[in-house]
Design a protein around this ligand. Sequence first.
Ligand SMILES: CC(C)(COP(=O)(O)OP(=O)(O)OC[C@H]1O[C@@H](n2cnc3c(N)ncnc32)[C@H](O)[C@@H]1OP(=O)(O)O)[C@@H](O)C(=O)NCCC(=O)NCCS
Length: 164
Amino acid sequence: MIRIPFISQPREYAVRPLTQEDSGRLSELHEEDFVRPWSEEEFSSLLLQDPAFGFGAVEIGRRGAPLVGFVLARLAAGEAEILTLAVARSHRRAGIGRQLMDAVLRELHAARAEALFLEVDETNAPAIALYRRLGFRQVGNRPDYYRDALNRPTGALVMRRDLR
Ligand SMILES: CC(C)(COP(=O)(O)OP(=O)(O)OC[C@H]1O[C@@H](n2cnc3c(N)ncnc32)[C@H](O)[C@@H]1OP(=O)(O)O)[C@@H](O)C(=O)NCCC(=O)NCCS
């Protein structure tokens, strides 16, 4: 018998704009990571608002497969903020977070926005590493901003990325 070695191919992903129909899946992905997950209705009404926009990641070659990550942002008066970002656990460290953030940055450059802000839990080392790599710098901090799974307070870093 000839044995064919199994060679795993690196998975590839594409990003596309989010629509309201994605709301249910966004809520599922959000629930994986956040102590207070946002409901399908909350995502749906956010996506209806004009200043909000976002992108979802799909695995190339898997037609109809659910989104494996997403980012939601908002732009008003030249300044933008990241509302939330999440990648499914089984698809992390494959460059999706970066691809999603790059899509937001491209959109904001096209809109001639001035700066992008975000808040991140000071204990969230993976997210902080991603944002630093993308050129964000810390411009403030908010003590006792979040609660962890045991309801203990944690602080937030406020980060900014200049766009011009
Ligand atoms: C933060 C998060 C979105 C990163 O998504 P991801 O797709 O795994 O990130 P990427 O593969 O694009 O990583 C890009 C870079 O970020 C940094 N990074 C990402 N995860 C990291 C980790 N666990 N440890 C250290 N650095 C990390 C690295 O510099 C990485 O580049 P490298 O892989 O070439 O070293 C993901 O971990 C996640 O969904 N976390 C839970 C939700 C969350 O924290 N959201 C942010 C709220 S503000």
